[in-house]
Write a new protein. Structure first.
Lengths: 416, 483
């Protein structure tokens, strides 16, 4: 139910999420739809498009082929292009029209695989869900391509090997945030085994089943983490080390998880319930409202609380102070473990109401359109998955203590 | 990161001497380069003063248009209805649109003059009752003109989205008492160069010219209904021109943006004839001026290799031929296909300049070509990107240039590009060259959202269901009749 959007934008779609996740890995990635999807993805959602070659294309679906269900053209074009460009794998996903006519991308992938002998997979995107599900499924499909790990255990003097799962420019831009996360972990004695999937190679990703623990830094990494736990017994921690408190917690949980490999499932930075869903609490009053990607927002909430930035909060409805931060993730179909502690609100009117009720909103700049008479209420934190390239140059690096400094600066600017 | 296998030029391009016409390359998967200066339907719709766009689509289709609106600073003229599987399964897309449109319009402080209501491929495949939708919307908001618009990139068997777009753009123009001293220029994103000899012809005939890129009020748009003729420059606009001829009795005059002197003279004579004005511009002087400009450009540019593309001008082969015949070293033409009217120019190039290379713009191979032909002078954004040059003419869809004066101007632009180094990324990544400036112009004139209008000229303008479109409703559904 997303119906009317008078002033707001939409989140990047699931098919774009697939492309973003696989962009750097040398695969032929094709969206099955008419050409418009392609230009939207590469103009607004893909900051690497100009400088970094890739093999993301569109099928150019026509009404005739849609009506007659002529998937052979798609299969043939995929095979011909694969023959010419030598990709390492082939991935096919699609937009709304193939979804309506029920195109079976997994079957298409099988047909292509038979003819090309390449690893191929199809992802049933629909162009209606959020990027989180598409990118998540793309990473999970890569896990299926992984070989079983050799099973050699780390010796006690070796560093803990961490896979970073869920790195795409849609959530982290190209501003150095991912590198900052890698550095932070290395500074704390970890070895970053792989980064899914920015600045890394397909070969390295596929051999990273020997990692000790996975860190899910955005919702897009969750499905792969679950699948790696199932296949390789690698535990995972959900959280993005933004802010000192969240970083410390992530480090601690990673060590704990790595130490109990094969016995621990997953843990969440906010699993103490401190970011309990607002709706669960039934209170309308929140001092600070965070809108955006849930893993990042929950980690940010950790830091907000830990820093005592909410001490002067006046509780307006007799509930505990944990209600002072509310998180809204307006993305449909997030996994329960990721959505926990957040509210899924997608209707513009309800989002406006939530902003009105909050004293302060940290969100993408486009959300400020909800209350044009109250621009001072909004702290702008651009998110590529929402406003695309428009505010890209204004996206700060918030990893580690940089978030604390940023928050302090921004909160000082807010009139009391 | 992956070390991409790069293709060499010979694997991607074809010699003009060996090329097929009008489609030199086989269709397959499509690539979209980051050269973004061409206009999309969301940009084109902004040309109507005071109009508001409402798109009814799934999120992946909406994302491109809403962010385009944001980039051109026109979000206050844009809204959307985003539907999901739930709506499709419930089968209530009609109600959803009717209620959604009312929700949007009723919340606006001032209703727009005109609403361009866009539906997408999914609704058409589901065959929802669009006639009902538009009728109900018009009934609920009689003071607003509704235009049925279509974002149907899948359904391009009969009409390209651009053809459909241009036709619908003028659908709220209604027949007014004819003013023989008024002519419309239709189908151009850009104001036609005021210095063009075209205006000399109009002036001689005592005819005023009306064109969307210079309008500042919705009244002006509606007043196009009084014009005696529509002049257009691009073949994709013929659908609109024929529609206006049929609906409004306005004569359609096609003037191809050719770079051939004879063809230009012929077109302008046709216009003069249509205007019943026999006094023509001084062509000898105009031709001399163009020749001098070209000779001057050649003296500066010399044998610098030149690449040009189909997004810069609608007749790239005509431009290439003209430059080649004047001694320039045109080496590359970027185009996926050519208009049939380019056949003559194609034959000349094939015969006399067979080594000119034709490159596609959207074939997958173009993604992995090396963009290191920095010695080139490029005309057009695609040619700029693919060659990697920093010397380029930033021109999109003729840029308002026409005729001898247009040739003169292009020669000057080439000299400027040759002398000036620019970072292409700062220019070609901007969507719809000139659109944001046009939106700002309208805003400054107080005719962004809710333009100046008189009540008499607005309202009851639902397009589907009136006499102008009753017979066309299947046609306006793009490939609807095919379905």
């Amino acid at each position: 139910m997303r119906i009317v959007k008078r002033v707001l934008s939409t989140y990047s779609a699931d098919n774009f999420g697939v492309c973003s996740a696989l962009y750097e890995l040398g695969g032929l990635v094709v969206m099955h739809d008419a050409s418009g999807c392609n230009s939207t993805y590469n103009t607004h959602d893909e900051p690497r498009w100009y400088d970094m070659d890739s093999m993301v294309f569109i099928s150019g679906l026509t009404e005739k082929d849609a009506i007659f269900g002529n998937d052979e053209i798609l299969v043939r074009n995929l095979c011909e292009t694969a023959e010419k460009l030598h990709p390492k794998f082939v991935c096919i996903c699609g937009g709304p029209l193939p979804h309506i006519i029920g195109t079976d991308f997994r079957a298409v992938a099988k047909a292509v695989s038979r003819r090309t002998n390449l690893p191929c997979f199809g992802i049933q995107t629909n162009g209606m869900d959020a990027y989180t599900s598409g990118a998540g499924e793309a990473f999970a499909c890569l896990v299926d391509l992984m070989e079983k790990s050799t099973g050699c255990e780390s010796s006690s003097d070796e560093k803990i090997k961490v896979n970073l799962l869920g790195a795409t420019p849609l959530d982290f831009s190209l501003n150095g945030s991912v590198q900052a996360i890698q550095e932070l972990l290395e500074d704390h004695g970890f070895a970053v085994r792989s980064t899914w999937a920015m600045g890394d190679t397909l070969e390295n990703l596929l051999s990273s089943g020997d990692a000790d623990v996975n860190l899910v830094i955005s919702a897009t990494g969750f499905a792969a983490a679950k699948r790696m736990r199932e296949r390789f017994g690698i535990p995972y921690v959900i959280g993005c080390p933004v802010g000192r408190a969240a970083a410390e917690k992530a480090v601690s949980q990673l060590m704990q998880a790595a130490g109990s490999k094969n016995s621990i499932g997953g843990s969440n930075l906010s699993d103490d319930g401190s970011t309990q869903s607002h709706e669960e609490n039934g209170c309308d009053k929140a001092r600070i409202l965070l809108i955006g990607e849930p893993v990042m927002m929950k980690s940010m909430a950790e830091t907000l609380k830990a820093n005592g930035l909410l001490k002067s909060d006046e509780d307006g409805c007799g509930k505990e102070k944990k209600l002072s931060v509310r998180i809204i993730s307006p993305m449909r179909g997030l996994p329960r473990e990721i959505a926990e502690g957040t509210d899924e609100i997608v209707l513009e009117d309800k989002l406006r109401e939530a902003c009105r009720m909050a004293d302060l909103v940290i969100a993408d700049p486009l959300y400020a359109r909800l209350l044009p008479e109250k621009p001072e209420k909004f702290i702008k934190l651009p998110h590529v998955a929402y406003s695309g390239r428009f505010y890209e140059k204004e996206i700060p690096v918030l990893v580690g203590e940089r978030l604390d400094a940023w928050l302090e600066e921004k909160l000082c600017e807010v009139p009391h | 990161m992956y070390d991409m296998r790069h293709l060499n030029d010979n694997e991607i391009s074809v010699r003009a001497g060996d090329a097929a016409f009008p489609v030199p390359f086989r269709e397959g998967l499509l690539y979209s380069s980051p050269a973004r200066g061409t206009w999309t339907i969301a940009h084109t719709s902004m040309l109507i003063p005071g109009s508001h766009q409402i798109f009814v689509c799934p999120s992946c289709c909406l994302r491109g248009v809403v962010l385009s609106a944001e980039e051109m600073g026109a979000m206050d003229r844009f809204s959307m209805l985003e539907f999901t599987d739930d709506h499709i399964l419930r089968g209530d897309l009609e109600d959803m649109i009717i209620e959604g449109v009312s929700g949007i319009l009723n919340e606006m402080p001032k209703k727009p003059t005109c609403v361009l209501l866009y539906t997408s491929c999914v609704q058409h495949f589901l065959n929802i009752d669009l006639n009902l939708v538009y009728r109900e919307c018009a009934k609920a908001h009689p003071e607003v003109d509704f235009i049925d618009c279509y974002m149907l990139p899948t359904m391009r068997k009969h009409f390209s989205p651009e053809k459909m777009q241009w036709r619908q753009l003028y659908r709220a123009v209604k027949k007014l008492p004819e003013d023989v001293h008024l002519a419309n220029i239709i189908g151009s994103f850009y104001e036609i160069q005021p210095e063009s000899e075209l205006f000399e012809i109009f002036r001689e005939a005592g005819v005023r010219v009306s064109q969307l890129p210079t309008m500042v009020s919705y009244d002006e748009y509606k007043h196009m209904g009084a014009a005696a003729m529509n002049v257009f420059f691009h073949p994709v606009v013929d659908f609109a021109a024929k529609d206006m001829e049929k609906r409004l009795g306005q004569k359609a005059v096609y003037m191809p943006v050719s770079f051939n002197y004879e063809e230009i003279r012929r077109s302008e004579m046709n216009l003069a004839e249509a205007l019943r004005e026999i006094r023509l511009p001084d062509y000898d002087a105009l031709e001399k001026e163009a020749e001098e400009a070209l000779a001057g450009a050649l003296a500066v540019i010399g044998q610098t290799p030149i690449a040009l593309d189909f997004s810069a001008v609608t007749r790239p082969l005509s431009l290439a031929r003209m430059l080649l015949e004047h001694g320039f070293s045109v080496r590359r033409i970027y185009a996926d296909a050519f208009a049939p009217e380019e056949k003559g120019d194609f034959e000349v190039i094939r015969e006399r300049f067979p080594d000119v290379k034709i490159f596609p713009m959207t074939q997958p191979g173009m993604r992995v070509t090396r963009r290191n032909a920095e010695e080139f002078l490029a005309i057009g954004q695609k040619a700029t990107y693919f060659t990697g040059t920093r010397h380029f003419v930033n021109l999109v869809e003729n840029g308002g240039l026409y005729g001898f004066k247009g040739i003169t101007e292009i020669a000057h632009m080439m000299v400027e590009a040759f002398k000036t180094e620019k970072n292409p990324r700062d220019f070609i990544e901007i969507k719809a060259l000139g659109c944001a400036e046009n939106c700002a112009r309208l805003e400054d004139a107080g005719c962004g959202n809710g333009a100046k209008r008189t009540d008499a000229c607005c309202g009851n303008g639902v397009i589907l269901g009136d006499d102008s479109c009753g017979n066309d409703s299947a046609e306006t559904s793009g490939g609807g009749e095919t379905v």
